[in-house]
Design a protein around this ligand. Structure first.
Ligand SMILES: [Zn+2]
Length: 382
């Protein structure tokens, strides 16, 4: 049912359009035209201005034929890692690879080709479908910035699939969110032998704080660690500064916040009890805290409608899809964090982020077939 030649040609077109992160202008123009030719309304959001890129995320809306089925989202990213300029794809039967000088860019142009072919198939074959929204995002490779700055209010879909992974039979449903936390504990320097009562040891505060912290495996979903400690200058100086670097991770946003708060509390509380009075002036220990957020957690339950749809779609195609969890993040994390139930499904991309990158077009067909089948089931059980 999938027109494998057409999908292959789309893919070959796409990989020959350079699109390093922030330089997605040309590929966005190509995709805008392709989507409009297929009948979509296309807009670009303002994420490009926020990241200093050539274009924002491209959002295409295809009107559905089934009015009461909820709109469905497909998404892939337009940018590639380096070296991705002047890609010359080598076609050997069903295998497409780079010529060894550059990456191929199947990450994530295979996802884009799969989405275009899916929508084209639905429309040509008059397969009943809901409104379909497509997001082709920017700057995924430099920190998921397109998805991060995507304004979800522009989208109606609250369920969807991101195509940005390797195996078309694998569904990424889980991945942790993380906070990197840095503490700078300030004590007061003094000579350790002559005037220890005039000093505040930042090392002692750090020790008390860490001793009070829950660290390691917190529960099935949550972990925490202090991984670096630095401070002190000599054995005869009471140390006035200690830096601690640590992290907390969780599949559950609330637990991540709770653990982060707990770690900050431990340091603040340890510091609070330290003060010295010199010449009638009180000097207190104090703490600076910096928390840097990675991306939201992805945590789509096994019994969710989406996972069940994909698994049944795979079964109907004589395949078996299995859910797995990821250590890293993708656009999926941000979309999920913005309230869209979504998972990441593979397209066949292999050896990505290397000049040996390749893809089997049959895997792309498998991904497109799966997408069409998911839409069928989605409409049938709306
Ligand atoms: Zn990717």
């Amino acid at each position: 049912m999938i027109d494998i030649e057409r999908m292959k040609n789309t893919f070959l077109d796409l990989v020959q359009i350079d699109s390093h992160s922030r330089q997605e202008g040309r590929i966005a123009a190509y995709l805008k035209r392709r989507c409009e030719e297929m009948g979509a309304e296309v807009e670009t959001d303002d994420a490009g201005e926020k990241v200093g890129g050539e274009t924002g995320n491209l959002i295409a809306r295809f009107r559905g034929t089934v009015r009461d089925a909820p709109p469905f989202l497909f998404s892939s990213h337009m940018d590639t890692v380096t070296p991705g300029e002047g890609v010359r794809p080598i076609v050997e039967g069903d295998i497409i690879r780079s010529d060894g000088r550059t990456i191929l860019g199947s990450d994530d142009k295979s996802g884009i080709a799969v989405i275009l072919e899916t929508v084209q198939t639905l429309r040509e074959r008059e397969i009943p479908h809901p409104d379909i929204e497509v997001v082709f995002s920017i700057c995924e490779e430099i920190g998921l910035l397109g998805a991060k700055y995507l304004d979800e209010k522009r989208l109606r879909a609250r369920i969807g699939i991101v195509f940005d992974a390797e195996d078309p039979n694998e569904i990424f449903t889980r991945g942790p969110s993380a906070n990197r936390i840095e503490f700078r504990i300030h004590g007061l320097e003094a000579h350790a032998g002559i005037a220890p009562e005039q000093g505040i040891s930042a090392i002692k505060i750090a020790a008390e704080a860490i001793a009070a912290m829950r660290l390691g495996r917190i529960d099935a979903e949550t972990t925490a660690n202090i991984g670096q400690i630095e401070g002190g200058r000599a054995t005869n100086i009471i140390p006035n500064l200690v830096t601690l670097k640590g992290e907390a991770r969780s599949l559950n946003e609330r637990k991540l916040e709770e653990q982060t708060r707990h770690m900050i509390e431990c340091v603040r509380r340890a510091a609070e009890s330290y003060a010295v009075t010199l010449d009638g002036k009180t000097v207190r220990a104090h703490v600076e805290v910096e928390v840097e957020r990675s991306y939201p957690a992805l945590n789509v339950p096994e019994d969710s409608r989406l996972v069940q749809l994909i698994k049944r779609a795979a079964e109907r195609l004589g395949r078996q899809a299995k859910t797995i969890s990821s250590g890293g993040g993708s656009d999926t994390n941000f979309l999920y964090g913005k309230g869209i139930e979504c998972v990441n499904v593979g397209t066949g991309m292999r050896a990505i982020h290397t000049v040996n990158e390749w893809i089997d077009i049959k895997d792309m067909r498998a991904a497109a077939e799966l997408a069409v089948e998911v839409i069928r089931l989605h409409v049938a059980h709306a």
